[in-house]
Design a protein around this ligand. Sequence first.
Ligand code: SAH
Length: 395
Amino acid sequence: MTENCKIILKPGKEDSFRRFHPWVFSGAIQRIQGEPAEGDIITVEDWQGNFIGIAHYQIGSIAARILSFTPVEIDTDFYRQRLLAAYRMRQSLGLENGNRNNTYRLVHGEGDNLPGLIIDIYGKTAVMQAHSPGMHFARHSLAEALKQVMGDAIESIYYKSETTLPYKADLDHENGYLLGKSSDDTAIENGLKFHVDWLHGQKTGFFIDQRENRALLERYSHGRAVLNMFCYTGGFSFYAMRGGARLVHSVDSSAKAIDLTCRNVELNFPGDTRHKAFAEDAFKYLDTMGDDYDLIILDPPAFAKHRRVLNNALQGYRKLNAKAFEKIRPGGILFTFSCSQVVSKENFRLAVFTAAQQSGRNVRILHQLVQPADHPINIYHPEGEYLKGLVLYVE
Ligand code: SAH
């Protein structure tokens, strides 16, 4: 093994690693042997010198992310094996389905035992995103391993980490192709087409994690007046249209998102006059809109990225949902989500409960929604559970 630097844990801090939790918090470290740089491979040991794992080192409150709990070389072959395991799992889910679906998440960080790495597949293009300096430095090795695993199933690999790496680390993180160059920017989800802006879009260009929830929404759309709030690329909007919605209004504060939504609706339903889009702030729109909608989707960005702002986030969810409860038509359906990892399912439900109570409406929970199987949760890393949603019937 090439690594020389070591993290030695404080006595008692080895317990979480016996349960295979992959994060080494800086507070658990007794001392560091050697002078590791941001992104280096490092060995983790307990205070008695027993091996714990091999990790990527980084400066911050998560000081290392364990890649393996057995002593192995971290090289292209290591990444190839992990990527192969992730690919086999996705194949067993039957997500790749010819002309019907070519969009899915191949690697979901800790959920695929590759902490700090995201890879999304859009047809023949893989979009790779590093959330740790270690994965950033491994990008060429990862691209080579990915091509070995997927063969002709992919032609291009786009690397997009400008906004996801710690800003303090001087990493020279440029976005760009690591393999090929995609000529086609359209992908297909459940038979619906959409443009993916992996160059400039949020995340890897599309929110793949809502695929199954959009399919559920389609079932409820027939004859309804739909408001898709925080629409981004309009995913929920074009599903609602296919489901037979009477009208669909998409709202997002970003003009770019509205433009993308309109292009995507046009791609699937050219010239369809049922759809209208508005570039406006959510709270303002909800305040001034009428009370004609009978299907509302609230899928806001993460209101809390850190635990210390949890209370503000819960207030935000409460206020947002209260406005929807106030305006939705009797017999209406509300799809409401939180993608904040620090907001638990219970806390989110409590915020929505409080909003319902304020409105005095009769509200029943029809479905409790989660992230789909291609965004798996490592059982030893419960922090990987982030998306939660409720489908509510409002009398
Ligand atoms: N529902 C989308 C994903 C939503 S992402 C999908 O299925 O793909 C969150 C979106 O909220 C972003 O597009 C962002 O531009 C928008 N947004 C953030 N703050 C907002 C606000 N105050 N009002 C309206 N939209 C907002």
